[in-house]
Design a protein around this ligand. Sequence first.
Ligand code: PNS
Length: 181
Amino acid sequence: MTRGIAVYPGSFDPPTNGHLDLIERGSKIFEELVVAILRNSEKSPMFSVAERLEMLRELTAELKNVRLDTFDGLMVQFAKSIGAKCVLRGIRAISDYEYELQMALMNRRLEPRLETVFMMPADKYSYVSSRLVREVAQAGGPVKALVPELVERKLREKVDPAYKLGEESGPDTTRRRKKKA
Ligand code: PNS
């Protein structure tokens, strides 16, 4: 195991199975992995930072060397403030490479002592992105197996707030059965 702290920064809006796969892989090679959610993203997020934190908290509860945090401004400054030596980023396909390379080189220019480490998620997640997951869920499509069950439930609640009411009144509600008919 590599000694020292690594930071895995991202938007995680929402966390996908690809993110989780990378977190698990990262937790095996770094002493401590800090999953850090960017707070001041320009994009209008689907989930608030608090909601994303809550989801990630549940999803990473078993991984004892994984810690969660949020950050604003430059990622390299955040990494420095927590004593991280490495930044972990995932590369799914060659299409990710250009952007990731640009970001890694810019980060190196900003903080030469911080190394970016790229890892590949399992190939079954190579096409999974938060953006596509949001798009499919918003259009009412299935996202099972692309995101953890917890995230799938939260996506449904966002898209159809009535789903939550059904959940609250018991797992097998007539409301949902009626809707399917
Ligand atoms: O999950 P994402 O949206 O691909 O993550 C991108 C993220 C958050 C890692 C990146 O946008 C970032 O680090 N933003 C913080 C601002 C910063 O440091 N910008 C300079 C990076 S070159």
